[in-house]
Design a protein around this ligand. Structure first.
Ligand code: ADP
Ligand code: GLC
Length: 483
């Protein structure tokens, strides 16, 4: 099948979170299954700099009221063809893909991602300037949420479209006057179209008009049909329930493999787990943590946002350290949380180590060097770090939500005996529940044999994209030919 995969980020070119990992790995897995996938991505400054002269102009795009743009062709390092939407006035600037250096959203995000959606819709429409016509348009999150809306108002033949929701908390909400500025009729400003509490929501538009909708885990697909995780769209999502399903993300097992990872000092597998201690020593050294043989190191790699529930950790940090555990933290985002962790590290040198910023290589060392991993997310559509952790023999302590439920087998007497337990889930979203669970972890950690079983069960889990990609293909097949 021919699939157009429209996204606002993809590894290794531009990444703010898991969407970039998925946009790199899923098209790659689909390609390996024999499908013809092209990734559509905005031409941010960093992307154009990476392209250099390894590119050709495929089409000139004149799509008023948007500024004129161009479609460039290139190839991703994994061999997947890339379509770059070049529009210097909208994308050619320094800063993040959605935000300026000062962490404020770009004021013209409505136009930037309006154009991305418009071009995605065009390339999957009979009026496309390209000879290559996809059988399916696969959109991702609010940044491409308007593409199904353009299809709905455009008339003419187009490929069926699928919208994947990676995170319902981000909806692309703009003032109503956005509609004419992105070339859409006022008639869409209705509660059963794109209107959302007096504004326009790009994600709502996509959910309303997409042929099919997926989320990145089965549990999250259920959770968003109710309060509070529906973020105001639960009614609409429940109404679309028969077109809504969940496919758990995979991970790139080539990049995330402790047996071959070039970013960690000691490589290991399930049969020589002692070598993991060398990585722990390197992690401790990098963060100035004391070498305390009996004390487990808890790892965190995360965006610092409300979603990730890290305030549960800061709320009980003193008790956590008394268990005792050490903390190895990598993350950035919310200045209040950064401050709280920095303060904690200053008060407990040798016990709490913090690195702020986005540091891909260091994230590998945390996964490999930590004894266990903390993911107290309030909600987690899929989550990737819990899969990386299990693969690295680093059992996860997680809040029982979304993709964390679908990818971690909680330890209890039965799962321990059966050898299937891979981690620890807590149900109440409170510091006490987190603390109680980490106490349980510390007890289990002292039981070497039990601990090894949990590590090995996690390492044996298959989180590769192959299975997930097959599910997407099944879904694409069921959609193709509908129009
Ligand atoms: P989300 O997309 O909600 O942030 P995921 O678990 O799906 O959550 O994906 C997060 C991705 O971003 C993972 O690959 C994780 O390793 C990475 N990541 C998050 N914060 C950092 C950081 N500070 N440095 C390096 N990688 C990070
Ligand atoms: C979002 C979610 C995360 C998911 C990722 C990729 O950022 O927060 O849970 O893994 O998208 O689908």
């Amino acid at each position: 099948m021919k699939i157009l995969f429209a996204t606002s980020e993809t590894v290794p070119l531009i990444k703010t979170g898991g969407l970039a990992d998925v946009s790199g790995a899923l098209p790659d897995a689909l390609t390996r299954l024999g499908h013809d996938v092209r990734v559509l991505l905005p031409g941010y400054g960093t992307v154009l700099a990476w392209l250099g002269d390894r590119t050709e102009v495929l089409a000139e795009l004149h799509l008023p009221p948007f500024a004129d743009a161009r479609l460039l062709g290139a190839t991703l390092p994994n061999g997947v063809p890339l379509l770059v939407l070049q529009c210097p006035t909208l994308f050619g600037r320094d800063g993040g893909p959605y935000q300026q250096h000062n962490h404020e959203d770009w004021p013209d995000n409505n136009l930037r991602f309006g154009l991305l959606s418009r071009v995605a819709a065009l390339l999957a429409h009979e009026s496309s300037p390209l000879a290559w016509q996809p059988d399916i348009l696969h959109c991702n999150d609010w940044q491409t949420g308007l593409a199904p809306v353009y299809h709905a108002v455009q008339g003419g033949a187009h490929a069926p479209n699928l919208l994947t929701i990676h995170n319902l908390a981000f909806q692309g909400i703009f003032e109503p006057a956005t509609l004419p500025r992105v070339g859409l009729p006022w008639d869409l400003y209705r509660v059963d179209a794109v209107e959302y509490y007096g504004n326009v929501s790009y994600l709502k538009g996509g959910i309303q008009f997409a042929d099919r909708i997926t989320t990145v885990s089965p549990t999250y697909a259920q959770e968003i049909q109710h309060e509070p995780l529906g973020f105001g769209l639960q009614g609409l999502l429940a109404w679309r329930a028969k077109d809504l399903s969940g496919i758990l993300n995979g991970i790139d097992t080539g990049i995330w493999d402790p047996a071959s990872d070039p970013l960690i000092p000691a490589r290991y597998s399930a049969s020589n787990l002692r070598r993991k201690e060398l990585d722990r020593a390197a992690l401790r050294e990098a963060l100035g943590l004391e070498a305390l043989p009996e004390v487990p190191v808890a790892g965190i790699v995360s965006r610092f946002t409300h979603q990730k529930g890290l305030d549960l950790v800061t709320a009980c940090a003193e008790e956590l350290l008394r268990i005792p555990v050490q903390l190895a933290i990598l993350g950035s985002g919310d200045p209040m949380l950064e401050h709280a962790f920095r303060d904690l590290a200053a008060r407990h040198p040798g016990r709490v180590g913090l690195r702020t910023g986005f540091d891909e290589p260091f994230s590998h060392l945390v996964e490999a060097g930590a004894d266990f991993f903390l993911m107290p997310s309030r909600f987690e559509p899929s989550g990737l770090n819990q899969m990386y952790s299990q693969r690295y023999g680093t059992p996860v302590v997680a809040h029982a939500t979304g993709g964390l439920i679908d990818s971690i087998t909680d330890l209890d007497a039965g799962t321990l005996r059966a050898g299937t337990a891979t981690g620890f889930l807590f149900r109440e979203e409170t510091p006490e529940a987190l603390l109680g669970t980490v106490r349980r972890v510390a007890d289990t950690f002292r039981n070497r044999r039990a601990w090894r079983r949990i590590q090995r069960a996690g390492m044996a889990r298959d989180f590769s994209w192959d299975a997930a990609a097959e599910h997407y293909v099944e879904l694409y097949r069921s959609m193709a030919g509908r129009r």
